[in-house]
Design a binder for this molecule. Structure first.
Ligand code: PLP
Length: 388
């Protein structure tokens, strides 16, 4: 059996046809039919009012910081467990992260974050000020980790009161939506002031490298379009009224992305099957549990995780990962907590403990949409063997 990666692209639709079309029409750069169709399709899927295709998810986060007005020496609240891009984007605008703990789904701990905002900030004029650092807290990032929607209804209301902008990092959760309550039927990325989705090669659908910035606010949309287009005011004379960016997605990438989006529903169905296959096999294994997904949302099941019961098992998750990676498939730990990473070590953190426990005990499993039952059996059997 050939190598099984953690999450690989599944290019089985109109990719080649659309790419050929792009090349034959000679529309390969930052405008063209596929960019328009890609944007339209994203709007249809997520029901967002506005979507701006950009070069990747990281850039979407950078733009969200700029448009939220986050500036030098200001602060952004963020969970410690996320891909480093979320934190880097805060640093790109000269601001600092304030790290929060995560809940049982590795999403931001809503209760602790509310406690932090209520007990550790003061409102001064328009803004919330961090009592300890005396800095303005301008934004909060919600990350929908591994495709699971984060719980943040109460936090959303509090941030509205405190004038803290909400940026949703929905890089991994395209297609995930809420089933109940205030956010019912809303897709991740479309609730906050800004949302971003990534189309990196390891996501549920890919452009190769690509992203999209979502907003429900026309003013922000217009500002974003202006910024990604080098802040050009006049196409004939090249007049620019501020420092802009060359951040637009290309028609070529959008062509691949469109073809992939046409398959999203099929991939989501396949991922439900993959999750159930894992679940059924794993429940028979001692000292190993399937990492649960929240039931308040319909999740895209982008990546499946298991949790090693480290109290009962003699084996640690990291030892299993190292052993199994010598075979022909790839396992991965959860991201290293960012408040412990060298560039962010001095940044403030608040009562972080669950993140560390889950970081130590969780293992990410191969979850590509094309995974076969036999491959899943092989993976789980190896886990079982090494756990003994
Ligand atoms: C949670 C999270 N945020 C941000 C990103 C950045 O997206 P991109 O790789 O498209 O820049 C990724 C993935 O790569 C991610 O998983």
């Amino acid at each position: 059996m050939k190598n099984i990666g953690l999450h690989e692209p599944y290019l089985v639709g109109n990719e080649v046809k659309y790419l050929k079309n792009c090349i034959q029409a000679n529309w390969v750069s930052t405008s063209g039919k596929y960019l328009e169709l890609f944007e339209k399709k994203i709007k249809e899927i997520t029901k967002t009012k506005f979507a701006i295709p950009v070069l990747n998810g990281t850039i979407g986060l950078h733009l969200s910081m700029i448009l939220s007005g986050v500036g030098k020496d200001e602060e952004v609240i963020v969970p410690t467990i996320t891909f480093v891009a979320t934190i880097n984007a805060i640093k790109y605008v000269g601001a600092n992260p304030v790290f929060m703990d995560t809940d049982q789904y590795l999403n931001i701990d809503e209760d602790k974050t509310i406690e932090f905002i209520k007990n550790n900030t003061n409102k001064k004029g328009k803004y919330s000020i961090n009592i300890k650092t005396k800095k303005k807290i301008k934004a909060l990032v919600i990350v929908h980790t591994f495709g699971n929607a984060a719980k943040f209804e109460k936090l959303y209301s509090l941030c509205k009161k405190k004038n803290i902008k909400i940026i949703e990092d929905a890089a991994e959760s395209l297609g995930t939506f809420y089933k109940f309550n205030k956010f019912k039927k809303k897709y991740t990325g479309t609730i906050g002031d800004f949302g971003i989705i990534s189309f990196n090669g390891n996501k549920i659908v890919t452009c190769g490298n690509g992203g999209v910035l979502l907003t429900q606010n026309k003013k922000y949309y217009k500002q974003a379009i202006h910024l990604v287009n080098q802040a050009k005011n006049d196409n004939t004379r090249f007049i620019h009224d501020k420092v802009g960016y060359n951040y637009k997605l290309s028609n070529i990438s959008a062509a691949v992305g469109l073809s992939q989006l046409e398959k999203l529903n099929i991939f989501i169905k396949k991922k439900k099957i993959i999750r159930n296959l894992y679940k059924n096999k794993i429940k028979k294994i001692k000292n190993l549990d399937m990492f649960e997904s929240p039931n308040y949302s319909d999740n895209n099941n982008w990546l499946n995780l298991v949790k090693v019961d480290e109290k009962k098992s003699k084996k640690k998750a990291i030892d299993l990962i190292k052993k199994i990676n010598q075979l022909n498939f790839q396992l991965r730990p959860v991201w290293y907590p960012n408040h412990l990473q060298k560039p962010f070590k001095k940044c403030q953190r608040y009562k972080i403990n669950n993140s560390i426990k889950l970081f130590k005990s969780c293992i990410c499993l191969p979850s590509s949409s094309f995974l076969k039952k036999k491959q899943i059996e092989l993976i789980v059997d190896s886990l079982k063997r090494f756990l003994k």
